[in-house]
Design a protein around this ligand. Structure first.
Ligand code: T3D
Length: 258
């Protein structure tokens, strides 16, 4: 059975972490598979959105802790560079909106992979745990980059040092995620969000993603310059022409993603 599933439907790449009996804890094979799937998605011009979720009752429990058998000889530098960091980089650099649908608990690297996606939604029963301190590690997979930017330094420090479980409702309240959906409508509502994004002007969304990423380190002056450059690119798309025509003709635009 594949530990990461991919299905392409209506312009959406639905990627499912699939090791439900272990809460989708990540093995090296899974991380490699995820990297390869994201590379394929980036190269597929028919895609308009990515939807990442987990199978079973968890989203992802982070690194499979049973792989840490010989703790003395682990080379984290190499493990992160080879397995985790490429996943984070791929999710950030893919020129498609990425919805992360957190269907259950997201712990350790599982939580941080979720947080680096563009729009994170969660089922009401889901939760987030920066589990690293519980086993004597530090947060990785970009967690120390995203979490303080999302919730502020104080809250990030407390969540990461204490390793406490945060409910989906609290994660929404503090700005860690976009939205919580009741469990009974979560699958449909989160996929509908991806479908909505897939019908929008894909190039403009990709350029928006790029602009937001730059804003993390730019000065205002630099960011204004970046916006001007990216707007110039958006203005060259067929979707921009369609958006303006549709407005003038008082009809709904039909975007083609180019
Ligand atoms: O470079 C590197 O490699 C380092 C990178 C590190 C990144 C990290 O992610 S470090 C953090 C690793 N993650 C954790 O420490 C989380 C460990 N898991 C938990 O705390 C809990 O399992 C959960 C809070 C996620 C879920 O709790 P619960 O009570 O809902 O479920 P459970 O019964 O604990 O788990 C169900 C099964 O999944 C169970 O297996 P079993 O006993 O039925 O055969 C459990 O052992 C397994 N499982 C859950 N998490 C992991 C796991 N197996 C391996 N690794 C896990 N991380």
């Amino acid at each position: 059975m594949n530990s990461v599933l991919i299905e392409k439907k209506d312009g959406i790449a639905i990627i499912t972490l699939n090791r439900p009996e272990k809460m989708n804890a990540l093995t090296r094979d899974m991380l490699r598979a995820l990297q390869q799937i994201l590379e394929q998605c980036a190269a597929d011009s028919a895609l308009r959105a990515v939807y990442l979720t987990g199978s079973g009752r968890g989203f992802c429990a982070g690194q499979d802790v049973t792989d840490f058998d010989n703790t003395e000889s682990l080379n984290f530098d190499q493990l992160l560079a080879e397995y985790y960091d490429p996943v984070v980089t791929a999710l950030r650099s893919i020129e498609l909106p990425v919805v992360c649908a957190v269907n259950g608990v997201a712990a350790g690297a599982g939580a941080n992979i979720a947080l680096c996606c563009d729009i994170v939604v969660a089922a009401e029963s889901a939760s987030f745990i920066q589990a690293f301190s519980r086993i004597g590690l530090i947060p990785d997979s970009g967690g120390t980059y995203w979490l303080p930017r999302l919730v502020g330094l104080q809250k990030a420090a407390a969540l990461m040092m204490l390793g406490e479980k945060l409910s989906a409702a609290e994660a929404e309240r503090c700005g860690m995620i976009y939205r919580v959906f009741p469990d009974n409508i979560f699958a449909g509502a989160s996929l509908q969000l991806a479908a909505t994004l897939a019908a929008l002007p894909t190039r403009a969304l990709a350029l928006t993603k790029k602009a937001l990423q730059s804003s993390m380190h730019n000065s205002l002056e630099e960011q204004l310059h970046t916006e001007a450059q990216l707007q110039q690119a958006a203005g060259q798309t067929a979707d921009f022409r369609e958006g303006v025509s549709a407005f003038k003709e008082k009809r709904q635009p039909v975007f083609i993603g180019r």
